[in-house]
Design a protein around this ligand. Structure first.
Ligand code: ZN
Ligand code: ZN
Length: 275
């Protein structure tokens, strides 16, 4: 199994740890990285020059793949970590997709809320395992993990009957810094698998700051104004995001899609926070 493969003698192992720094940072937080424990001691990844990002695709081609969860060399999601992702299965809330003991039309989480989407579904529970995967995917520009995320979504969720797939637009500063936009890349992969056109229907409204660091109430009012349509929307749209947390972001996006002509918005995410 990839996770157990001894790393001693692997000529590129040290180089690879500089590339992703994954096992190293997990070690630093006291999370086991399996067989890599003795091999990777460094906690802080080295600082990377600006030009580094231009070479990431090249490095991805020549360096060995690392598990997005545990950092083990071998594949983008190793045989030990893949089954640790908890798939969300029915019964669930018909509207927001929260799993529960029986099927309901609205659940305690979404009852009384104005949700602009018809349904929201996510493939896996946003637990520690999924959180580590998403962190590697989002923060370390791991494009190989987009393919894995899409594969998990396609296996877990039914294909939506939509006219177009559209991503939640990336946070400009963050996506530029990271060098890629996870929701947009996931949308493109899903569009290919499901054979539905992928369209950039939305964009961030200029001058609206990022969500992080804001108090809860400000986050909500901030996100309401954060997006605007780029063009007329088809009737049925599948809106894609990486993680569903409170649903505020996708509701804000779905509201704008409806303003632009959409009549039915289904949300698809890789992971979902489950209370
Ligand atoms: Zn793993
Ligand atoms: Zn619900």
């Amino acid at each position: 199994m990839a996770c157990r493969r001894p790393l001693h003698g692997a000529p590129r192992a040290e180089h690879a740890s500089q590339r992703h720094g994954l096992a190293a940072s997990f070690e630093g937080r006291g999370i086991s990285a399996g067989a890599s424990r003795t091999r990777y001691e460094r906690v802080t990844p080295p600082s990377r020059p600006r030009s580094y990002r231009r070479f990431v695709p090249l490095l991805d081609a020549v360096l060995p793949r690392r598990c997005g969860v545990c950092g083990a060399i071998g594949s983008s999601l190793c045989d030990l970590c893949r089954p640790r992702l908890v798939l969300i299965a029915a019964p669930w809330c018909e509207r927001c997709g929260a799993p529960g003991p029986w099927p309901v039309r609205r659940c305690a989480e979404c009852a009384g809320r104005r949700l602009a989407f018809a349904t929201a579904r996510a493939a896996v529970v946003y637990d520690d395992t999924a959180r580590r995967f998403v962190a590697a995917w989002k923060e370390r520009a791991r494009r190989d993990l987009t393919a894995v995320a899409a594969e998990v979504v396609v296996a877990a969720l039914a294909r939506p009957s939509s006219d177009a797939i559209a991503p939640v637009p990336p946070d400009r500063d963050r996506s530029l810094k990271r060098g890629h936009a996870t929701a947009a890349e996931l949308a493109r992969e899903l569009a290919e698998s499901w054979e539905i056109p992928s369209l950039d229907l939305l964009e961030r409204r200029p001058g609206i700051g990022p969500q992080r660091g804001l108090p809860r109430a400000r986050r909500r009012s901030n996100v309401v104004r954060a997006f605007r349509p780029r063009r007329t929307s088809p009737r049925r749209v599948c809106l894609v995001d990486d993680v569903y947390t409170t649903g505020s972001t996708v509701t804000a996006c779905a509201t704008e899609l409806r303003r632009a002509g959409a009549r039915h918005v289904d949300v698809v995410c890789f992971a979902r926070a489950v209370r």
